[in-house]
Write a protein that binds this ligand. Structure first.
Ligand code: HEC
Ligand code: HEC
Length: 220
């Protein structure tokens, strides 16, 4: 079992990363934006770069594991798994945290403090980890959710919930996080917005969400 940081240590680390990110920005001034997508493709195409990126990524991930779990399999229902997530989707979320389109005070500060190589490395590392299967806690509810899923959600997230390069994998995602996320899209809370997900959650009531979450969390 990996040693966890205490809340106090995490808070101290956060203040360090936020301070260093502010310094980095002022030192670099109007530095040219690095094309992370191109970096990622470069690393994927070269065994040597891929090995280096994975090494960097697993080092960064040992910090992320405090919340996202070993190998990106979270043990907290409200914190998402990162294991098995699609690369372009992951990169896009890192961009959204960094520029404030997606709000989470801790993630925003931390992602701004990562270098381009650390971002690409951690994305590649998590995309290659296996997701731990969780059997449904309530099989009847999950089978109701499966019906809903197969009418609406499969069109983009796929029959098996694995999405594609741009669309999130949702199979096996943590239930508390799924419910919170779907309600945020539906309610237009501003914490996280996406026109496709707003349109596809508009008609869902809380019972529909509970059923779909029971199903999606048990997909694998
Ligand atoms: C203190 C706990 C904590 C730490 C440490 C942490 N995260 Fe997070 N992360 C969260 C929470 C909570 C969320 C969900 C935010 C929300 O509600 O949208 C999240 C969301 C994410 C997401 C979006 C996932 C998705 O499915 O859309 C990514 C990507 C992510 N984190 C990457 C990282 C990386 C990379 C690291 C390490 C450098 C890291 N996180 C460290 C708590 C943490
Ligand atoms: C028209 C395509 C489309 C349909 C249909 C759709 N989604 Fe999505 N979904 C997306 C896109 C695109 C994103 C990424 C949005 C973003 O970046 O915030 C997404 C994101 C999500 C996320 C966030 C994933 C994460 O890791 O944070 C969840 C959960 C989700 N969708 C569940 C569903 C469910 C459940 C349904 C059916 C009720 C559904 N989606 C229907 C396109 C779709």
């Amino acid at each position: 079992m990996k040693k966890r940081f205490s809340a106090a240590v995490l808070t101290a680390l956060l203040s360090v990363v936020v301070a260093s990110s502010a310094l980095g920005q002022s030192a670099k001034g109007a530095a040219v934006e690095i094309d992370l997508g191109a970096r990622l493709k470069e690393a994927e195409a070269s065994p040597r770069l891929l090995e280096a990126a994975n090494k960097t990524g697993s080092k960064v991930a040992s910090f992320c594991a405090n919340c996202h779990g070993e190998g990106g399999n979270s043990t907290n229902p409200d914190t998402p798994n990162l294991a098995g997530q699609n690369t372009s989707y992951l990169l896009e979320q890192l961009r959204q945290f960094a520029d404030g389109r997606r709000r989470n005070i801790f993630m925003e500060g931390m992602i701004r403090a990562l270098s381009a190589d650390e971002k690409v490395g951690v994305v590649l590392y998590y995309s290659q980890q296996d997701v731990t299967f969780k059997p449904p806690a309530n099989a009847a509810l999950a089978s109701k959710g499966q019906e809903y899923y197969n009418k609406i959600c499969f069109r983009c997230h796929g029959d098996q919930g694995r999405g594609n390069d741009k669309i999130a994998r949702i199979a096996g995602q943590q239930p508390g996080y799924l419910a919170l996320t779907l309600k945020r899209y539906r309610d237009g809370s501003g914490v996280r917005t996406d026109p496709l997900m707003a349109a596809n959650t508009k008609a869902m009531n809380d019972a529909d969400i509970a059923a779909v979450v029971a199903y999606v969390a048990s997909m694998h």
